[in-house]
Design a binder for this molecule. Structure first.
Ligand code: ADP
Ligand code: SF4
Length: 708
């Protein structure tokens, strides 16, 4: 099956859509990768997703939909090649033995149905594999510590026979991958997460044998793995290398204008494809707050000048013009994408059919990464169907047919209301979307004006663009909806998406009752600041929310020249953003711009001049001058309209209203991703009510068949 598939691809007549903008046509050129041919230049590079070995059907369905959306190559996440590379509790792919083949085969089959190539990133995590489940001793080039989040333990230096064993495991994994149907087999040496990279890194490789010392020696393992893979499967599978060409840590690490370049010169044409990026993962997947589209260009532009093999690179590309420039200026052959393919699995198809306007552009928030960090299926702010392809049967572009003529009144045009109206409109329902303010977008519009968050406006822009094309949907601005308006309106169904307001009284995680003194003057909420009310300094930002907003507001106030201290009961500012790879960047920026940081402290009182603080460990008290306090603690749902309507069932019935539902932040404040999801889910499922007593999605269950 494998061979016939490759032949079929080789002979495939490449279909060109006549609507494609001629300026973008070169994105649809087929490109040869060793023995296989990619039908175009869109390459979904490996990315984690919290499904992996534990949820193989979900994983296969997610990848299959991207293949349907036009990506020519679809990769797995990192796939552990051996039980000594066990990165539990994280959920990645597994190919420890033959019994893992069928799960991965689900993916290759789902991908091949749409004429895409399936790629697998074979990985041995070395010292980054804590082996918490397998309880093997982690492996490394030399004696080094493992990351402390696994165990405060050490990896052992590999002997020559360990290296021989590793090569054997890698070769066996390559053979199994071929059996699973993969067309492209990766050797993984990036992100600081794989043994071949640890051998390259001088700071981890102090060997004195032929695997240590000179760059050629440190690259020996990588070279051998490439050669082994080619020898094992290179007759019909392409061999790709994923390499970090710069670690962004100066002379301590690999640099693009140093060993990164020398490495590619050394191995120039050995692999069939170079997939190049910067390390570590937080640098490779920088959020939009910390890097613009195409930000890796300066690091990877040299690669094509030292190899004849095709090169793929990433940069959160969503603009076809920017993609074309990457190709035309000889920087890349393939447009690599993880996040843009998550936000819009149909991105290539939309460009090909001249519908670039309809691309759901990634906003660079990294909520997708949080799935991996929390070991749960991937989710996405822009694409609410991500992660729901198999378990709920959701498709990003197809919706259930309309089964009634019900009309809708949607109140509030934040992310929840906009998405709900979009999906209802697409299903053919008549919708009035009514917004109290003079602008649409709710919190995303307001937050996108804050430092570093401009890309978040894409949540609004994509939806508005779609809504404006729908005759079924009417947008009404500057109209605050009150209960009597709802009753008079004449819609069959009412959806309340009225959002939430930040609290002033300090109630949040640390406090369940108001903080004394916050009822006086000098106290500001994030809403006040976003509406242009500016505090005077010195100002204390009390962050008991732990996501991005406290640090963003501190940055804004500091930018306005105020003396700012960020106080938080957590052990570091914006503590939750470890899950979006942003915390170290936020921390550094706050330090660099001179925001005072006071972690593990609670705000216990304010008298208009000073805040009283308590250490969260010792309860020891201290004071800090504060002309103003900004409370970033929790939000109150804007549910007065819902409560009023709920209390008048007879009036609703008389008005012919069959359903009033609350969605998004007015039901329970959460992330923007959760608001979009709520809007989507309601519009998709309102007419398929399920009992609250039944699980509303399919689950992947453990087989009770015993291992032989
Ligand atoms: P979510 O994240 O749940 O979408 P947002 O706070 O972003 O919530 O958006 C809620 C929107 O609802 C805001 O733009 C707000 O102005 C609007 N809104 C709130 N109450 C009313 C109302 N009674 N009538 C019309 N619009 C409202
Ligand atoms: Fe992009 Fe955010 Fe979606 Fe990730 S979650 S793909 S960063 S929009």
């Amino acid at each position: 099956m494998k061979h016939s598939h490759v032949r079929a691809l080789r002979c495939a007549k490449i279909h060109r859509n006549m609507n494609c903008d001629p300026r973008h046509a070169l994105l649809f050129d087929p490109v040869r990768i060793g023995p296989v041919v990619a039908k175009n230049r869109f390459f979904q590079v490996p990315h984690c997703n919290g499904m992996g070995y534990a949820r193989p059907r979900s994983h296969a369905a997610m990848r299959g939909i991207k293949a349907e959306g036009g990506w020519a190559v679809i990769s797995t996440e990192e796939v552990e090649i051996h039980h000594s590379s066990d990165i539990s509790p994280f959920i990645e792919g597994r190919l420890w033995d033959d019994s893992d083949v069928p799960c991965l085969q689900l993916m290759t089959e789902a991908v091949h149905v749409h004429g895409a190539l399936a790629a697998i990133e074979l990985a041995h995590g070395g010292m980054n594999a804590g082996n918490l489940y397998s309880r093997e001793i982690p492996l490394a080039p030399s004696d080094v510590c493992t990351p402390a989040n696994y165990l405060p333990a050490q990896a052992r230096a590999m002997s020559r026979s360990d290296i021989r064993a590793l090569r054997r495991w890698h070769r066996q994994a390559a053979l199994r991958a071929r059996r699973a149907g993969f067309d492209v087999i990766y050797v993984y040496a990036a992100h600081g997460l794989a043994l071949p990279m640890h051998f390259l890194q001088r700071r981890f490789n102090q060997r004195t044998d032929e695997y240590g010392g000179s760059l050629a020696n440190r690259a020996r393992l990588l070279r051998e793995l490439i050669e082994d893979t080619r020898e094992a499967v290179g007759d019909c599978c392409a061999v790709a290398v994923r390499l970090a060409v710069d670690e962004l840590m100066g002379d301590e690490g690999i640099r693009a204008n140093g060993e990164g370049r020398e490495l590619i010169e050394l191995l120039a044409d050995l692999p069939d494809l170079w997939d190049v990026n910067v390390s570590d993962w937080s640098n490779d997947s920088r959020s939009s707050r910390f890097a613009p589209e195409g930000y890796q260009e300066d690091f990877v532009r040299f690669v094509k000048s030292v190899t004849r093999k095709p090169v793929v690179g990433v940069g959160r590309f969503t603009s076809p013009d920017a993609m074309v420039r990457q190709i035309r200026s000889g920087i890349l052959d393939f447009i690599g994408a993880a996040r843009p393919s998550i936000a819009d699995p149909f991105l290539p198809r939309k460009i090909e059919s001249g519908e670039s306007d309809d691309i759901r552009e990634c906003i660079g928030c990294n909520i997708c990464v949080s799935g991996d960090y929390t070991m749960t299926p991937i989710r996405c702010t822009q694409n609410p169907t991500m992660g729901e392809e198999w378990r709920r049967g959701w498709h990003p572009e197809r919706l259930p047919a309309r089964i009634s003529d019900d009309s809708f009144l949607v109140v509030g045009a934040g992310p929840a209301g906009l998405e709900c109206a979009r999906v209802l409109g697409r299903r053919g329902h008549r919708v009035h979307l009514v917004e109290a303010r003079s602008e649409l977008g709710g919190r995303v519009t307001r937050e996108s004006r804050l430092p570093g968050l401009a890309a978040w406006a894409r949540v609004r822009d994509y939806r508005l663009n779609q809504l404006r094309k729908m005759p079924e949907v009417t947008l009404i601005l500057e109209s605050e909806v009150r209960p009597e308006h709802v009753l008079e309106f004449g819609a069959h169904r009412v959806v309340l998406a009225t959002g939430a307001s930040w609290r002033r009284d300090g109630i949040g995680r640390a406090h369940r009752s108001p903080i004394p003194g916050l009822e006086g003057s000098g106290v500001f909420t994030p809403d006040d600041l976003m509406q242009g009310r500016m505090p005077s300094g010195p100002v204390v930002v009390f962050d008991d929310d732990h996501y991005y907003l406290g640090s963003v507001l501190a940055e804004m106030l500091r930018g306005a020249g105020l003396e700012v201290t960020l106080v938080t009961p957590a052990d570091r500012p914006s503590a939750w953003t470890v899950n979006t790879l942003e915390q170290p960047f936020i921390h550094r920026r706050l330090l660099e711009i001179g925001v005072g940081l006071l972690p593990h402290h609670d705000l216990v009182a304010y008298d208009g001049r000073e805040v009283k603080l308590a250490c969260t460990y010792t309860a020891g008290l201290s004071r800090l001058p504060a002309a103003s306090v900004v409370t970033v603690t929790s939000r109150i749902p804007n549910d007065s309209l819902a409560l009023a309507l709920e209390s008048s069932p007879a009036a609703l019935e008389q008005a012919g209203i069959v359903q009033v539902s609350s969605i998004g932040d007015c039901r329970a404040p959460s992330t923007i991703a959760a608001a979009v999801y709520a809007g989507h889910r309601h519009a998709r499922e309102f007419d398929r009510p399920e009992s609250e007593d039944t699980v509303p999605f399919r689950r992947e269950r453990l087989s009770l068949v015993e291992d032989p």
